[in-house]
Every structure is written in C-alpha cells, then in structure tokens.
Design a protein around this ligand. Structure first.
Ligand code: ZN
Length: 254
C-alpha cells in the first residue's frame, strides 16, 4: 500500500513542482459577465441566507485566458489511505493528516479525497464525467480564523480502467454511512512502470482562488485544477455515480 500510494502521490508531486498556470480572474470575470445574461436560471443555484461573495466555485476555466504564475510548492507524503467511506452524497477516502503539502511558505495537511459525478469544473465549456478532489487544510491555523484550504482537482474522462480507483472500488461500502478499512495487502506497485511517463504528462494545472463547492461554500480555497485529464473506465465512473448520484455544483457567476 505504501508503495502504491507513494506512486500516486509522486504523480501529485510532479504536478505541483511543475509550472503553475494561473487563470486570469479579470478575464474570467469579463467572460462570465457576458454569459450571465444568457442564463437567467443562474440564481436558482444560489441558496438564500448565505453570504455569497465573488469567489464562488466551481468555474468554467478558459485555457486560453490562463496566465503563467509562480508558486513554490513542495510535497511531503509518507502515509496511507486509511479507509473508504460511502457518505451517500460522495465516495470519500480518508487520508493521514500527518502528510503535508507546502505552497508559498504555507503548509497544508491532507484530509481526504472524494469524487464528483459529473465534473464540477469545466475547461473551455466542457464538462467531464467525473472529478476527484484532494482536500488539504492549513496546518496549525488558529481556530478563530476561517479555515484555509488547498484542493487538487483531477478531471476524469471515460477511457482506460483507472488503476488507482480499481484498488478500492470493490471496498466502497454498499450502504450509506458505511466505511471499510482498505485492504493494504491487496495493493501492489504495478503502476510504477507508468509513473515516469505520467510524471511528464501531469505537469501543469490551472490555479485560482475560490470556494468550497458544498455548504458552507467557504471562500478560502486555493484551487489547483490539473490540465492533464485523467481516465477511468465507463464502468468505474458508473459505479461511483450509482453510489453518490449527480453531485456536482453548477458553475458560479463571478
Ligand atoms: Zn469536492
């Protein structure tokens, strides 16, 4: 398990050490202002009573509007996935908080990863059948402050079986609220031969400041949406969608 997960995390690390592309908020805003008038139903997705600001997520990322930014990021991942949960609204893997990621001098702790079907973020107007979020929070943050998040987002299209997902998909509890320890002995490092190739492919992402996409929609999220689209088999995506339903938030006006 350690080897297997280390491979997955190596891939994450490669992304993070690579050049960062920062979506231009001004241009995104311009574009979204234009499209807002076309869709009067937009307001239907805002819940009353919540303080919606200007940093809501997800968004439609315009690849041509992205500009290059510079973020000094390092990754320190030594732990394991502990268990897989069926939360009803999503499938979630719990991560050991002892593992960290650093960005611009701030250290974030790994919390969990989960799935959305279909994708929440769009790239150039395209929705993908699935999106995976790796959620981390700022380490040692005073409780009086709003929690700061760093979320890695992986868009997934239909294609080849995803070996990372196949490692736990049979252990997702059938009943909502259930959780299973992941069988560490069942995992191997068979993906390692592909790791070098993937390291090169997974080397860029879009970055913007946004919000959680579930209540309370807190606007303190550093989003990193990978440019490389991952793959999973139609069966894998369907199985996860059958468990969690359609759980993607609509893109938000800015
Ligand atoms: Zn999410």
């Amino acid at each position: 398990m350690k080897l297997k997960l280390a491979t997955a995390i190596l891939l994450l690390g490669a992304l993070i050490l690579a050049t960062c592309e920062s979506a231009s908020n001004d241009k995104l805003e311009e574009d979204l202002q234009q499209s807002k008038g076309l869709d009067e139903k937009e307001d239907n997705y805002l819940l009353p009573g919540l303080d919606h600001g200007l940093l809501q997520s997800p968004i439609n990322i315009l690849s041509e509007e992205a500009t290059t930014g510079g973020h000094a990021i390092t990754l320190n991942f030594t732990g394991e996935v502990d268990r897989v949960q069926n939360l009803g609204h999503t499938v979630q893997l719990d991560l050991d908080p002892g593992n960290t990621i650093s960005m611009n001098g701030k250290t974030f702790e790994f919390k969990q990863m989960h799935f959305h079907t279909p994708s929440e973020h769009l790239i150039d107007g395209i929705t993908y059948p699935m999106e995976m979020h790796v959620v981390t929070t700022l380490k040692d943050q005073p409780k009086s402050e709003i929690t700061e998040y760093l979320v890695l987002a992986f868009l997934v299209r239909m294609g080849k079986e995803n070996k990372f997902i196949s490692n736990f998909i049979d252990q997702i509890p059938k009943e909502e609220g259930g959780n299973n320890e992941i069988d560490l002995n069942a995992l191997t490092d068979s993906d390692s031969s592909n790791a070098a190739k993937l390291l090169k492919e997974l080397n860029a992402y879009y970055h913007y400041k946004g919000s959680l996409t579930t209540p309370p929609y807190t606007e303190s999220v550093n989003w990193y949406v990978m440019k490389k689209i991952s793959e999973a088999s139609p069966e894998q995506i369907l199985r996860i969608n059958n468990i969690e339903g359609d759980n993607a938030r609509h893109i938000q006006a800015r």
